[in-house]
Design a protein around this ligand. Sequence first.
Ligand SMILES: N[C@@H]1[C@@H](O)[C@H](O)[C@@H](COP(=O)(O)O)O[C@@H]1O
Length: 322
Amino acid sequence: MTIKEIVTEVKAKYPEINNVYFVGCGASQSDLYTAKYFLVRNAKRLRTDLITANEFNFDPPSDLGEKSIVITCSLGGTTPETVAASKMAREKGAPVICLTNAPESPLAQNADYPIIHGFHESYSAKMQKLTKCLQLAAEILEQYEGYEDYEDMMKGVEKIYGVIDAAIPYAKPLAEKFARENKDERVIYVMGSGPSQQVAYTFSSFILMEMQWVDSASFSAGEFFHGPFELVEKGKPFMLLMNDGNTRPMDVRALEFLNRFDAKVTVVDAKDYGLGNEIPASVKDYFNPILLDGVLRVYGEAIAEARKHPLTQRRYMWKLNY
Ligand SMILES: N[C@@H]1[C@@H](O)[C@H](O)[C@@H](COP(=O)(O)O)O[C@@H]1O
């Protein structure tokens, strides 16, 4: 079924939806943020939240039920917390739509409507998870409330994969420079704003901490000025994600401060990759995190190569019982 067909069927069966819950773990939780951000900014009536799966399981929202749509996400479709969340949501009567790369997985089997996304084929395929989730959120908004930029959003969904694939060759030398300059750093801070804030979290938590065992923290470029900026000093490594959209002034303010004290700054800027030339202005904001996350895959690969620490190396994850 297409995303449109799925939402049409959900609407026919559940005409009165009040809330949309996004649920996952790790990168698959983080990847849902763009869609949640979109709904918070655009929905007039639908309420929404993004919840890590076990928090959803142990402390579910009191209004979870037949008036909720639950969207779960797991790349491999086996993460036990996320599978349990899907089961619990269905037991409470909510329609469950899942996003996964694995059609036969326990997650797909425990959802009413599986949406299968690509991953391994290309850099842009890795961003199908985020993109399809954003498309799903826009479809839900359109069908339940009406969404005036719906056509623009669908154009953006069509165009974003080409923007990402075109960006990769330009990102490679910049990523190699970042890797050369940061391979021996013991800590790297990452920040972003607006819809891209969670991309900073993804790079910090999963690429640096999980896959490289490098100490890191991530924060919003707005919150930076309310605590973390006290750490800034000459040579301290920061990565700043810059949006081509509404919250860019927040990114510019952070950059000016970092430069004022000669921090070691790596900027990854959506404006460098021509987002605005391809994606309609009315929806461009929401495609920043998709582009930046795609480009940051190259940065992850480059630092792994420079540090001789493969992205697949783990000490505990999937090896121990925890
Ligand atoms: N680093 C991985 C993430 O990349 C992954 O997203 C998550 C859940 O895995 P899955 O997406 O298969 O549910 O596990 C870990 O946190």
